[in-house]
Design a protein around this ligand. Sequence first.
Ligand code: PEP
Ligand code: MN
Length: 342
Amino acid sequence: MMIVMKPTATDDQVRAVIERIESCGARAHASRGEEVTVIGAIGDREHVARLGLEGHEGVEQVVPILKPFKLSSAQLKPGERTVVEVDGRRIGGEHFSLIAGPCTVESRDQTLTAARMVAAGGASLFRGGAYKPRSSPYSFQGLGQEGLRLLAEAKAQTGLPIVTELMDARDLESVLEVADVIQLGARNMQNYTLLTELGRAGRPVLIKRGLSATIDELVMASEYVLKEGNPDVMLCERGIRTFETAYRFTLDLMAIPVLKQLTHLPVLVDPSHAAGRRDLVPSLSLAAAAAGADGILVEVHPDPDRAICDGPQQLHAEDFGEYLRQVERVAEIAGKRIAAAV
Ligand code: PEP
Ligand code: MN
């Protein structure tokens, strides 16, 4: 259930409603908007309905949330978008962000060169995996702790916040030392214990859509993080498996407006993993920006031909500045601006 307070409701009235909700064993999540406060009551609907909150002081109306997801639901924040702030960079709302960097951290030189080049090109955040989910156990699995150290050095040199993947809760502490945004990879989207850990970690989380996950399943994954009290969740469409074999995955552009209708969370797009080919990345990025994406997560490498993984899909770092300008133009037409440091 969703309890919409009157614009004139006082803090005491909001607190009293929260206490009533909690008195029947349900959980209350207050979301304070500019105009009104909305309180989500998560628990047994019958119990909450029996509280008769409609008649409570300061309450405008009580509306059932019909979707299985509650805290991520757009209904909870009518007319409002979640804006995640990462070290002064804003993601969501009117802001458009480019998160760029190599697939994986390979060496000091490769990482620092990539970071410097994407920073010079105008990226908002730097991405790079220290722990890599690979289809084959014989492929390079990432530099692990050493990779995290190199990411920290890249941040120290460029000032760009770091986005990196966590695959195993046992690495959470060391990832937290470096990551400004923790990426949950497509293959772990339904790892519910990891999602719960991320909910408790208190660091912004970027959830990538699973290879065969529906939109509802993606949103339910975000619900696991939000439920633990972490409000900074971003969703990322990265291509799904379809019958088409001409390219690696099918980028589901329709997911962008649909996710934005269903939820208040920022929606990003990863054109690199969808395409698996560099030549498709610019047009997919323009299309994503036109469809209203809040940002793009793109792979960029100083020397993709020598990349240890995902070489064919990584943009040449020297082309990144021009690529960003093109995407920025379309994002502006879609009503956004590239997020700049505050
Ligand atoms: C990545 O972004 O490096 C990655 C492995 O992506 P995904 O989880 O979407 O395959
Ligand atoms: Mn990759």
